[in-house]
Design a protein around this ligand. Structure first.
Ligand SMILES: *Cc1c(COP(=O)(O)O)cnc(C)c1O
Length: 387
């Protein structure tokens, strides 16, 4: 399906709402029925049945589901009220007591907390591996391994996994695969085409694009979506509200052009920083010196926005001076919005635990937003002059 068609036309049944160009926000909790039979059918199958209750389905939310499933090349999707709940529901639906999970090392914080804090209470164990080497997945497999959890690229060091190879080895062993695809969005990577079962996204990031909504996305086969929908989604009650779905539909209109703009600006920023005397290292998947550059080019059709740098001077104070000298990069979590951001790893480390010889402690992550690239480069240049 053509991206322009998906973004502008798919699911927009305007004759049902006065030919309005913008979709309505169906702000209702429940839906009325005319007879017992249709109501009973709706009770029996909330996933495929008529609209019953907004916790399960809502027309505004469904328009978003349809578009996002198509963009990610999946049979269906579920949208949730955060990326974290998308991760929570997808993992929980695919493990039972006694199972084992293989996860890439250092996954997104709340995936890690699930593996380390929540699931052990129910007898589910996990092994973290360096996912850059495919053989590590094979070595970590146990007879009770039911799930492989991927995040490619990781959102700090951008470590990748070979999705085709992992998809294949998981299929051979009947293991379900989940990938956090937030970095690439459905536009720049299609893990389903490589045999990965479930994609989860923080739709808070690029899909919303305006830093005004928290939302999550799950995509996959109809049977997998029904499984998650009928149990973990309805039980946790973490579906997306109609208004937030509408904000995401609005964000989606410009997803393609926002990513194009951010990609072009990010390339310019990378070129500027690469040759700068005050910079000791730069990590960006589409930089030719990136260790997994060829794999990145093979499985991703784009890379944008996020990059990590390190300064020549590795003192805590220097990182602080550089960060606070930036005038147009906000010091804030998250990414994917219109506004450029900076996030030093040091902000999550107590000053007494900071180790100036540990490369990870020196990471300063930049997110390039929709501002003009030269405007951002001038700001980076003046901040680097101060250190
Ligand atoms: C932000 C983020 C999430 C979580 O999404 P929320 O919408 O904040 O719950 C998951 N994965 C990655 C890689 C993220 O950056």
């Amino acid at each position: 399906m053509d991206t322009s068609f998906i973004i502008n036309e798919l699911g927009e049944e305007r004759e049902h709402y006065f030919n309005a160009v913008a979709p309505p926000i169906m702000q209702t909790s429940n839906f009325a029925f005319k007879d017992f039979e249709t109501l009973r059918a709706a009770f029996e199958d909330e996933y495929a049945g008529e609209y019953l209750y907004t916790k399960s389905k809502n027309p505004t939310v469904d328009m978003l589901r349809l578009k996002l499933a198509a963009l990610q090349g999946a049979e269906d999707s579920i949208v949730t009220n955060s990326g974290s709940s998308a991760i929570f529901c997808s993992i929980l639906a695919n493990v039972k007591a006694g199972d084992h999970i293989i996860s890439v090392a250092k996954p997104y914080t709340w995936a890690a907390r699930m593996f380390e804090v929540v699931l052990p209470r129910f007898g589910v164990t996990h092994t973290y591996i360096d996912g850059q080497k495919t053989e590590n997945f094979i070595h970590a497999c146990q007879s009770n391994t039911s799930l492989i959890y991927l995040e490619s690229p990781n959102s700090w060091d951008f470590a990748l996994q070979d999705l085709e190879a992992v998809g294949q080895l998981a299929k051979e062993r009947n293991i379900t695969t989940i990938i956090d695809n937030s970095y690439c969005t459905p536009m720049y990577q299609n893990p389903h085409a490589f045999g990965i079962d479930i994609c989860v996204h923080s739709a808070t990031k690029y899909i919303s694009g305006h830093s005004d909504t928290v939302a999550g996305l799950i995509t996959g086969s109809k049977s997998m979506m029904k499984k998650i929908f009928d149990s973990e989604l309805l039980n946790s009650g973490t579906s997306l509200s109609p208004f937030n779905a509408w904000l995401l539909l609005r964000g989606l209109r410009t997803l393609e052009i926002r990513l194009e703009r951010i990609s072009a600006s990010t390339q310019k920023v990378v070129s500027f920083l690469k040759n700068h005397a005050k910079i000791s290292g730069i990590i960006f998947p589409f930089d030719e010196n990136f260790p997994q550059y060829h794999l990145a080019k093979k499985q991703m059709s784009g890379a944008c926005g996020l990059l990590t740098i390190s300064l020549q001077d590795t003192d805590y104070e220097t990182i602080e001076i550089f960060t606070l000298s930036l005038k147009h990069f906000l010091l804030a979590v998250s990414w994917g919005g219109h506004e450029s951001l900076v996030m030093p790893k040091a902000t999550g480390i107590k000053p007494e635990d900071f180790d100036k010889t540990n490369p990870e402690h020196q990471y300063i992550r930049l997110y390039i937003g929709l501002e003009n690239a030269d405007y951002l480069i001038a700001d980076l240049a003046q901040a680097l002059e101060r250190v």
